[in-house]
Design a binder for this molecule. Structure first.
Ligand code: NDP
Ligand code: TDO
Ligand code: MG
Length: 295
């Protein structure tokens, strides 16, 4: 089984590479091998690789910047995906594609199922939805929507909080956006299972278990960070604030909890609670820090 992973240095790509199951032959294309912005390169590259399965772990993920660069976000998250779909058709490859909770507007107050109404609030969300729509033209695909991804490598909320909690004595974090924090390593396990289950076709959700606001998430990062010696045990004030008190270019959904049962039940996926997953990630960050690892 030949699996082509698109993306190398991203959070999910790194986790997929680290957890590749035995028996699969993995090849990885980073942006130097295949820049997805150069649309006409996509088809020849896929034809050259002849994969059985393509896992697209790439995306334009800068949510606020996308508001200023809508064309680029659309090119990477939608047009490139459309070309990828055409290429997969040519070589008869299964495509596993990753999408986001930001396709929803957050107006629901029960966990979103894959079939619930989509209505993105941001350029990023709209571009990812257009990418999903392209993938749904294929016969053999799985779209995995996830949310609030973090890992020991790369840029994410956990790393930002650790930095700010080391620099400041006070921090405001929004409590009116509620979702499902997800450790990239756990997401990667779910993506591998989905990739290697050919009968699984359609749109699915995976996040770690439990729900949190960004404030809850930050509170737990601080609590565990202090216990693990990643944050000094100094007086520190974490203030719960409203989204309106933290101005961002992009509008984010107030509620984007994803119902993952359609994926985790048939595939028997173990879904750790986000607080346990956070502990795993902080342990990794700590071991990288003490071994002097640089990014
Ligand atoms: N981060 C999050 O919180 C969430 C992410 N998602 C989705 O999960 C998936 C993985 O996200 P994540 O790993 O966090 O993303 P990262 O931002 O960590 O990584 C982005 C990846 O996209 C690649 N990439 C970006 N632009 C190009 C380009 N022009 N050509 C080739 N490659 C490019 C990067 O390539 P390279 O490796 O070469 O640098 C990198 O591997 C995405 O589909 C994202 O939309 C969904 C919900 C939440
Ligand atoms: C740094 C910071 C952020 N915030 C808020 C802003 C925002 O509403 C929220 C999260 O901020 P971030 O910019 O880290 O997260 P953001 O980039 O919006 O994360 C999103 O990324 C994309 C790729 C996705 O697909 C989503 O699932 C989601 O993970 O926290 C604070 O309230 N205080 C702070 O000090
Ligand atoms: Mg971000």
């Amino acid at each position: 089984m030949k699996v082509l992973i698109l993306g190398k240095n991203g959070q999910l790509a790194q986790a997929l590479i680290a957890t590749a199951p035995e028996g699969v032959t993995v090849s990885v294309s980073d942006r130097h091998v295949l820049d997805l912005g150069v649309l006409e390169r996509i088809q020849p590259h896929i034809i050259e690789c002849q994969p059985d399965i393509v896992i697209n772990a790439t995306a334009y993920t800068a949510v606020d910047k996308a508001e200023d660069e809508p064309k680029l976000a659309h090119r990477i998250n939608a047009e490139a995906v459309n070309n990828l779909v055409e290429a997969c058709k040519k070589v008869n490859a299964r495509l596993v594609h990753v999408s986001t909770d930001f396709v929803f507007d957050g107006s629901q107050n029960t966990p979103y199922r894959p079939t619930d109404r989509v209505a993105p609030l941001s350029v990023y969300g709209a571009s990812k939805l257009a990418g999903e729509d392209a993938v749904r033209k294929l016969e053999n695909f799985a779209i995995i929507r996830t949310a609030w991804v973090y890992s020991a490598t790369g840029q994410n909320f956990v790393k930002t909080m650790l930095r700010l909690m080391n620099e400041r004595e006070e921090l405001g974090v929004v409590y009116d956006q509620v979702g499902g924090p997800t450790f990239a390593d756990n997401l990667a396990m779910a993506v591998w299972k989905a990739a290697l289950t050919p009968s699984l076709n359609g749109t699915f959700h995976y996040t770690d278990a439990g729900v949190a606001s960004w404030y809850d998430f930050a509170y737990e990062i601080h609590r565990q960070g202090v216990v693990k010696g990643l944050i000094p045990n100094n007086p520190f004030v974490l203030k719960p604030i409203l989204s309106g008190q933290f101005k961002t270019k992009a509008v984010r959904p107030h509620y984007s909890v994803l119902d993952c049962s359609d994926l985790i039940e048939p595939l028997n996926i173990r879904r750790p609670h986000w607080t346990a997953a956070l502990a795993d990630c902080l342990d990794l960050i700590k071991s990288r820090f003490s071994s002097g690892a640089q990014e």
